[in-house]
Design a protein around this ligand. Structure first.
Ligand SMILES: C[S@@+](CC[C@H](N)C(=O)[O-])C[C@H]1O[C@@H](n2cnc3c(N)ncnc32)[C@H](O)[C@@H]1O
Length: 272
């Protein structure tokens, strides 16, 4: 099974609970990206790796009935969940299965291309960005969100405790690119520049997911890409690992005593 099939299976597994467990994470991140992209009525927009539509539904509302909003995702269950969410929100979108490495749209037909928390999953982000640039009309804009730094305390307790029990090769989107382009604003800007974009700039925000309890955090953790870590733990060790990781989670509390971490989000923007 190749990387794309593995990711499709992972996101298929978690699509029903993704962004549905009462934690403010993907929505504020999406909202920041849409704000930075400043969509206008009538524009043609594409959301790559749209998931359940955190970005796509906002874009569709902004471009209105005279615009068009298309989403693609590699996970069939995410695509279906996104369509269902759009119907519930009464927003017109077109959503289909598609590969971010080679989106199947005609060249020069998008005013905006958005992609939130996807680029670091791709086998070759540079090639993907070049392909996305081709989809843009002259003067069209791209915006991608990726993870910046997050709480050292959380990284050194919770994430280290979890990682200790998992075979190497399992990747955490928040940390797997620390040394590469995903490790800094400059690295991301260079990635866009190398793909031919101009007028590149970075905006940042901080999101602060909070959890009611260790169990609530676990429920969230199983509803996001981190699920792959839990899946990699043999059944007979799961109880022991959960106890160790929960002990670490319980230590990471804010001034109000709430469990959580602060996550910097990086928005990298460019133009064709
Ligand atoms: C962390 S989720 C982000 C979803 C959405 N953009 C959001 O902000 O909520 C990553 C998404 O990327 C999708 N994805 C991963 N690799 C992909 C690929 N090669 N092509 C298209 N989608 C992909 C996954 O299926 C998943 O829905």
């Amino acid at each position: 099974m190749d990387q794309q099939q593995r990711l499709a299976r992972l996101f298929d597994e978690l699509a029903d609970t993704y962004d549905e467990v009462g934690v403010d994470f993907f929505q504020p991140i999406a909202s920041g990206l849409v704000e930075a992209l400043e969509p206008r009525p009538g524009q043609r927009v594409l959301d790559i790796g749209c998931g359940r539509g955190a970005v796509l539904l906002r874009l569709a509302a902004a471009v209105g009935p005279n615009g068009s909003a298309t989403g693609i995702d590699v996970s069939p269950r995410m695509v279906q969940a996104c369509i269902d969410d759009a119907v519930r929100a009464n927003v017109k979108v077109e959503v289909r299965i598609g590969d971010a490495m080679a989106p199947d749209l005609p060249a020069g037909t998008c005013d905006l291309v958005a992609s939130s928390l996807v680029l670091f999953f791709l086998p070759d982000p540079h090639t993907a960005l070049r392909a996305w640039r081709e989809l843009l009309a002259e003067g069209g804009r791209v915006g991608v969100s990726t993870f910046g730094p997050y709480d050292d305390r959380w990284a050194q307790t919770v994430d280290d405790a979890l990682r200790m029990h998992v075979a190497t090769g399992t990747q955490d989107a928040r940390t797997n690119g620390r040394q590469g382009p995903f490790g800094s604003d400059e690295g991301m800007e260079q990635l866009l520049a190398d793909a031919g974009f101009q007028g590149i700039r970075t905006e940042r925000s901080v999101v602060k997911p909070r959890f009611e309890s260790c169990e609530h955090w676990y429920e969230w953790s199983m509803s996001v890409g981190q699920r792959q870590f839990w899946r990699a733990i043999p059944d007979d060790q799961l109880g022991e690992v959960k106890a160790a990781v929960f002990a670490a989670v319980d230590l990471c509390r804010d001034d109000q005593g709430r469990i959580g971490f602060d996550q910097t989000v990086r928005y990298t923007l460019g133009e064709r």
